[in-house]
Structures are given as structure tokens and as C-alpha cells.
Design a protein around this ligand. Structure first.
Ligand SMILES: N[C@@H](CCC(=O)N[C@@H](CS)C(=O)NCC(=O)O)C(=O)O
Length: 212
């Protein structure tokens, strides 16, 4: 049975799930969620798809899951891929996924939203500046960790990499410039060189140009 992933292209959190499914070689298809027209805020979405009002949501037969990190764990359960080679690595993978969800992607996603998807007159400059300061500290953490290593954990790509990279391929500006962070830059190239890798806008339906 084909796995369904409720998602939209602009969602870096959905990209973490979509990329794990795709790189693992699982049979899956995207189900477009019209976030920009309020789909995730509708009572139907909350009662039938996800009470948390978010994407991504994975449906595999009777299994329904939200939270990108949990969906990534499910891909690991099904395929043995991306979870780390040992129990110690598996814990380390989770440590970075939690860090990403709390300190990195959440801030990158919000800053990108405020700078690109809000009408220009509503963009709160002091909040954006504050968020960019927080993000700079997070880039520093990741760049320093990646110095002298190919992957965040162990010797191969894991859910830690798939989680932390998700917002960094998007073209909309939010203050991140690959040229400023050489170890992150090389790591992003390493990830995009993986067989089967696709850009978020090629993997999921929905693109800012749809609303232009
Ligand atoms: N921690 C969650 C975050 C999910 C999330 O924030 N998704 C956003 C899209 S990137 C969303 O659906 N937001 C809807 C809303 O806040 O109304 C995950 O990793 O899945």
C-alpha cells in the first residue's frame, strides 16, 4: 500500500519526512495541504487529519503519525535506515533531532515565514532581527559540530542530518548564507549528492510561484 504524506512544498518540517521516505526508497505519495488558504486551521483538518493542526502527517494503512521526528523514526522502523548504527548512535541521532526541532528548524521556519510569506507591511523588523540573532548561534553550533566530520552522527546520513538540513535548501531569504558557514555548506552538498535526493519544491506540491 502506498504511504501518504500530507504536506506542502514550502514546509521544511514536511520536507524532513518526505526526504526520509524518498531516500529510504519507500513507496509514498504526497497529499497536498492548502496551508496558505487555511487548511490546517479548519475544524475538518483538526478532527480528521491532525488535532495539532500541522503538517507533516503520514498515513500508512491504519497507522497515522504526525511530528516529522516520529515519522522519521517510523521510516527507520520499516527500513532500518537513518537511525544510527548502534544504540549510542541512535540516542545521539535523537539528541540532534530534538535540538533541530526546538532550536533550529522552528526558528528558521518562523523567520522565513515572517520575511517572505507575511504581507510586507506586517513584517515585524525587531522580531526578525531577534530571530536572526538566535539563528546565528544555531548555525555556529552546527558548523562547529560538522568541522572535520562528514555527518552529524557516525559515518553515514541519519535522521539527524535529514532533520537539520531541511530549511537550508529553500531559496527564500531568512538570513542564512551557505558561504558564511563552510562546514554546513560542504555537508549540504554531501546530502544533496545522495542518490534519490530531491529539492523540497521537486518532492512536494506547493510553491510560492503558485501564489504569484
Ligand atoms: N515539530 C513539528 C512542527 C510542524 C510544523 O510546525 N508544521 C508547520 C508547517 S512547516 C505547520 O503545519 N504549521 C501550521 C500552523 O502552525 O498553523 C514537526 O516537526 O512536524
Amino acid at each position: 500500500m502506498t504511504i501518504q504524506l500530507h504536506c506542502f512544498g514550502e514546509s521544511g518540517n514536511a520536507y524532513k519526512a518526505a526526504l526520509a521516505l524518498e531516500l529510504a526508497g519507500l513507496d509514498w505519495e504526497p497529499v497536498f495541504v492548502d496551508f496558505f488558504n487555511g487548511a490546517t486551521r479548519s475544524p475538518e483538518y483538526r478532527s480528521q487529519i491532525n488535532e495539532m493542526g500541522e503538517v507533516p502527517v503520514l498515513v500508512d494503512g491504519a497507522v497515522k503519525l504526525s511530528q516529522s521526528g516520529v515519522i522519521q523514526m517510523y521510516v527507520t522502523e520499516k527500513t532500518g535506515k537513518f537511525g544510527g548504527a548502534t544504540p549510542a548512535e541512535a540516542r545521539e541521532v535523537m539528541r540532534w533531532v530534538f535540538w533541530d526541532n526546538h532550536k533550529f528548524s522552528s526558528q528558521a521556519g518562523m523567520t522565513r515565514f515572517l520575511m517572505n510569506f507575511l504581507p510586507e507591511e506586517k513584517r515585524p523588523a525587531p522580531v526578525i532581527q531577534f530571530m536572526q540573532g538566535r539563528l546565528k548561534a544555531a548555525y555556529e553550533v552546527l558548523n562547529t559540530h560538522l568541522a572535520g566530520r562528514d555527518w552529524i552522527v557516525g559515518d553515514a546520513i541519519t535522521n539527524a542530518d535529514i532533520s537539520c538540513c531541511a530549511y537550508l535548501y529553500y531559496p527564500e531569504p531568512f538570513g542564512f548564507d551557505r558561504a558564511d558557514w563552510p562546514h554546513i555548506d560542504a555537508w549540504l552538498t554531501r546530502i544533496s549528492d545522495q542518490p534519490g535526493w530531491k529539492h523540497p519544491y521537486d518532492l512536494m506540491p506547493g510553491n510560492p510561484s503558485d501564489r504569484a
